[in-house]
Design a protein around this ligand. Structure first.
Ligand SMILES: Nc1ncnc2c1ncn2[C@@H]1O[C@H](COP(=O)(O)OP(=O)(O)O)[C@@H](O)[C@H]1O
Ligand SMILES: [Mg+2]
Length: 359
């Protein structure tokens, strides 16, 4: 249960009620772990509603603390930006609150609970380590719609990977998947700043959404704790060093070649190509022990779609191969999605059986 020592909560439109609801949440089992957090199931005892709470423990070391704080603030800012979307996209998990607990020195992000495993776990639960093409096509289409929504509000996803797509089955759609984890999100260059360094500074405005009120939002300031004197320097150093964002196997050709400055919406479409391939074949098309090795293989090794006779796990249709090839074009301008966005991707024969993106 949440202790009573929050400094600031983020919830609306009825702050008082929402506050009580968040404070009364009972924590249940751990359902996930990430690089900076643990994710728990939580229940509101009065209503029995269930939530997921991403608990980020703030490190004591000044530099690490600044980095983790910045990631938490980015996620809060992305959640704020996403809450402007009415209705909230089904393919993206909805955040309700961001809470700093002074006693525990933790930040809790309260969000919708997805009831299935992430796609990395789902894949590992199968004997072959991969999923049938029909399922992958459904999932790829949902992720394409999610990316379309993010790009539409000026955000780059950056960290699309199997761990960050979670199954959340419904009766109508047992394969419904939803995007989670927005702590690496960035603004699309040239767009109004939503979760760049300014928005992710020590004071951030986040959306406050009461889980009972459908689509009514209002804002309040949430003050996240200061990262120490070194905070700004740590951020500058981070940027100057051009530390790569995201996960090496998923990073686009241009990002490995030219660094983070080359990251664009096309780079997110590349990650969708890698994700689709990994779900179908059980591994990314190019992997290796270091970014350099991955880049070398990406540059020199052709994209292969081995059928069962060549040791592959399944025969993938030509239209699905074409989709992946289009998403994995080295030149970002030539890549599927780079000009026509989600509509262009969803219009591909492998995905066009899907419901319209509605964007
Ligand atoms: N809303 C949610 N419902 C269910 N599981 C979730 C939810 N959000 C995250 N998870 C699980 O927790 C894991 C870690 O969360 P994530 O946000 O990805 O953390 P990190 O930013 O540290 O990678 C995810 O890979 C996923 O398995
Ligand atoms: Mg993650």
């Amino acid at each position: 249960m949440f202790p009573w020592c929050f400094t600031i909560l983020a919830f609306a439109p009825d702050l008082g009620n929402a506050l009580k609801r968040v404070q009364s949440l009972m924590f249940g089992e751990e359902i996930g772990q990430g690089s900076i957090c643990r994710v728990y199931q939580a229940t509101c005892p009065s209503s029995n509603e269930q939530f997921a709470v991403k608990r980020i423990s703030l490190p004591k070391s000044v530099c690490k603390r600044a980095e983790v704080l910045q990631r938490a603030a980015r996620e809060a800012a992305a959640a704020r930006a996403l809450s402007d979307l009415v209705p909230h996209p089904d393919e993206i998990v909805r955040h309700f609150a961001c809470v700093y607990d002074e006693g525990e020195d933790t930040i809790d992000l309260v969000m919708e609970l997805c009831r299935g495993p992430c796609l990395a776990q789902l894949r590992n639960q199968t004997c072959s380590g991969c999923l049938p093409e029909s399922r992958v096509r459904n999932m790829a289409a949902a992720v394409a719609r999610a990316l379309g929504h993010l790009h539409g509000i000026g955000l780059l996803c950056i960290d699309l990977k199997a761990e960050n797509v979670v199954l959340d089955p419904t009766e109508q759609d047992p394969d419904r998947v939803r995007l989670v984890d927005f702590d690496l999100c960035r603004d699309i260059p040239g767009h109004h700043c939503r979760c760049g360094d300014e928005a992710a500074a020590t004071t951030t405005t986040v959306a406050l959404v009461d889980p009972t009120a459908s689509y009514n939002t209002s804002n309040t300031n949430i003050v996240v704790p200061a990262g120490g004197d070194d905070h700004d320097k740590a951020l500058t150093r981070d940027d100057n060093n051009e530390r790569l964002w995201g996960t090496a196997e998923y990073l686009a050709f241009e990002v490995l070649q030219d660094g983070v400055a080359a990251y664009s919406t096309a780079s997110d479409w590349w990650s969708l190509g890698i994700l689709s391939y990994e779900l179908l074949y059980g591994k990314a098309p190019w992997s290796g022990p270091s970014v350099d090795v991955i880049f070398h293989r990406m540059t020199n090794h052709r994209l292969l779609f081995p059928g069962p006779s060549q040791g592959g796990p399944q025969q993938v249709s030509v239209i699905m191969q074409q989709l992946i090839q289009g998403l994995l074009r080295h030149l970002p301008d030539m890549r599927l999605g780079s000009r026509g966005g989600a509509r262009e991707v969803l219009a591909q024969p492998a995905l066009s059986f899907q419901k319209s993106p509605g964007m």
